[in-house]
Design a protein around this ligand. Structure first.
Ligand code: ZN
Length: 193
């Protein structure tokens, strides 16, 4: 039987995330101190040990990590406030700066809900912090063939032009981006995080 494997992440993942929270989420997560569970996920394998699918999926596509707000029921049963799932195999291939960027990406999705007119975070029946998910600034789902077929009439090319106009300097001219090395697993770049 092939199935996914799940292992609670080592403490160093919590520590890395703690550093990011201290540096970049001083007025939010650093103050609220949610309990965050980090789970390493590993792809199912066939008998020869080859992966039969991705470790993690988001909207049907392989991804490097995901974040979910833990439901009231699971919070009541002892889980944390938030669950971060990470592709455990991919994680091991990441450099420390890449690991930091991935964790920061996931944490950035967390949008604490504040009591109106107050700096107090809203809490659920258990007194635990409530969050909304922050959506991506850029969400990509492109077919190269459609871009080629329809050019500027396609959503693909329109989004590419928009990205270049709005974020071009940051994304494409970023110092070192030209020399960036991508981690490609199973011939696929993880489509999302
Ligand atoms: Zn994301």
């Amino acid at each position: 039987m092939t199935h996914h494997k799940f292992i609670r992440a080592e403490k160093d993942v919590d520590q890395l995330a703690g550093e990011i929270i201290k540096e970049h989420y001083r007025d939010t997560l650093h103050k609220i101190k949610p309990r965050i569970d980090y789970l390493m996920c590993f792809a199912p394998q066939d008998e020869a040990g080859n992966p039969t699918g991705p470790a993690l999926k988001l909207h049907g596509a392989p991804c490097a990590a995901t974040i979910n707000i833990t439901s009231l029921i699971h919070r009541a049963l002892g889980e944390g406030d938030v669950l971060v799932k990470i592709d455990g195999e991919l994680w091991e291939t990441f450099t420390p700066p890449q690991q930091l960027a991935l964790l920061d990406h996931e944490l950035y999705h967390l949008n604490p809900m504040f009591v109106v007119g107050s700096e107090k975070v809203k809490t659920d029946d258990l007194g635990r912090p409530m969050f909304k998910m922050r959506e991506h600034d850029i969400q990509i789902g492109w077919f190269a063939a459609i871009a080629a077929r329809h050019g500027i009439a396609s959503i693909e090319v329109q989004q590419a032009v928009m990205i270049r106009q709005k974020y071009g300097q940051m994304l494409f001219d970023f110092d070192g981006a030209g020399q960036a090395t991508l981690h490609i697993v199973n011939d696929q770049i993880p489509a999302g995080v």
